[in-house]
Ligand binder design. Structure first.
Ligand code: LLP
Length: 432
């Protein structure tokens, strides 16, 4: 039933996270409430770093994709572990800088970075701009010239890999708004353009083949395709690409039955492929970057809700309504994403009640999960949704003018607030 080893059940039959009773947390901070385990985040960050050390002699860096969960304290934690960070907006860059992250460690992504965002990033010394399209290349060169800087860029490439995951989160194939395609010569043209411009240094190539992937094979294939492209750039333009960024996308457990991808297996198979291909092509091993978001933070988080009512519609279905919903977790409404839902104060009771977990938003599609087996709750009991650390807070909204929940971090058995619950005043602060 539990999806992460940072979760447990105590003597009272209550769900715990990082050893802390979730009932105590719900009482102290109110619900809905995001709760994260710092120990878990640090453990995963360390394992990625260790893996780079082992498989590439330390010639590489894991980059945390901050879109999964971006706030100052998470940036500080990730930074203190020595990971770089991927930002996809000036807002994410701003947050990281305000948290004290060295801008050199930021990698700026996006399929439509505005001129203003590029200027902001380059002026602030962001270390790596990932060029997604020809305009990016032209604009970066122009801004570099204006600021008398030579800007390091990485080209985002579509390696043309079709990964079987939800269509909305598939970004690797040719029909994608992200990056330059290899098949139609676009990628080569981009490399040629970048190699000719004075205020650009073509430093790296990047690909990201999708998200929530459990197989190592597509990553191996992608790395081989990318090395083929690095060889082409060397042969045609005489540039030896220094950085190879293989993106993120490693799957996590939302359900107990989900497969468990050992990142180590992935890292080893990819490393082997890279070493072999480099030898075959006569290339130096590039510096390797990986860009995990979900797998760094997803299993480290849960959301706590209070049950408001249970509606039994005979011969149709039972609805359990909670005090949050699509405003704090839009992933079921968007992707029919699967989650494990439990009644946190009765973890040892039988989960034999079939129900749909509904939110409080004025929308029929505002569901957290449909037709799950759960302990039959009473109004006032605490319902927990597991593995909500990634893409929940970061995708939250104020729909229906609900305030966004608070977030609490657990470290070595101690809880602390890292994001305050919004107030009504926050809701109207920009209204004129
Ligand atoms: N790098 C790039 C360039 C990306 O576009 C992404 C995710 C990542 C890294 C991190 O991927 P991860 O390791 O987290 O799978 N909102 C969706 C996920 C969108 C992912 C977008 N890009 C969801 O809730 O499932």
């Amino acid at each position: 039933m539990l999806t992460s080893d940072c979760l447990g059940i105590n003597e009272e039959g209550h769900l715990t996270i990082g050893g802390v009773d979730t009932l105590y947390l719900a009482e102290k901070y109110g619900t809905p409430l995001y709760v994260m385990s710092e120990d878990k985040i640090r453990e995963i960050a360390k394992s990625y770093l260790g893996s780079i050390k082992k498989n590439y002699n330390g010639n590489g860096v894991p980059i945390y994709a901050s879109k999964a969960f971006c706030c100052k304290e998470i940036c500080r934690i990730i930074d203190s572990e020595g990971l770089d960070m991927d930002s996809v907006s000036a807002g994410e860059i701003y947050t990281a800088i305000k948290a004290g992250v060295d801008p050199k460690k930021l990698h700026f992504h996006g399929n439509n970075k505005t001129y203003g965002e590029l200027e902001y990033a380059i002026e602030n010394g962001v270390g790596d701009i990932i060029a997604d399209n020809f305009e990016d290349i032209i604009r970066v060169n122009e801004i570099g010239e204006k600021l008398s800087k030579v800007v390091d860029i990485t080209l985002r490439i579509k390696p043309g890999i079709d990964v079987h995951t939800h269509e909305f989160i598939r970004t690797g194939q040719i029909d994608s708004k992200f990056g330059f395609a290899l098949e139609n010569g676009e990628a080569e043209k981009a490399a040629q353009m970048a190699s000719q411009l004075k205020n650009i240094n073509l430093n790296g190539v990047h690909c990201h083949i999708g998200s929530q992937i459990f197989d190592a094979e597509p990553f191996v294939f992608a790395s081989e395709v990318m090395l083929g492209f690095i060889k082409l750039i060397k042969d045609k333009f005489g540039i030896e690409i220094k950085n190879l960024n293989l993106g993120g996308g490693f799957g996590i457990k939302y359900l107990e039955s989900d497969p468990f991808l050992k990142y180590e297996v992935y890292m080893e198979s990819v490393s082997k492929a890279i070493h072999n291909k480099c030898a075959e092509y006569g290339l130096n091993i590039p510096k390797i970057f990986i860009e995990p978001g979900r797998s760094v933070i997803g299993e480290a988080g849960i959301t706590l809700y209070t049950v408001g009512n249970v509606k039994e519609i005979e011969n149709v279905r039972n609805y359990i309504s909670v005090d949050g919903g699509m405003g704090d977790n839009p992933r079921y409404a968007l992707y029919q994403a699967e989650y494990t839902c439990v009644i946190a104060n009765r973890m040892n009771d039988k989960a034999d009640y079939k129900a749909t977990i509904a939110g409080k938003y004025c929308e029929s599609g505002d569901l957290i999960q449909e037709n799950v087996s759960i302990v039959k709750p009473e109004a006032g009991e605490i319902l927990a949704v597991l593995s909500t650390g990634a893409y929940n807070y970061s995708m939250a909204s104020n729909y229906n003018r609900n305030v966004r929940p608070a977030c609490v971090m657990i470290k070595e058995g101690q809880d602390r607030l890292i994001i305050r619950r919004e107030t009504f005043e926050d809701l109207i602060k920009n209204d004129i």
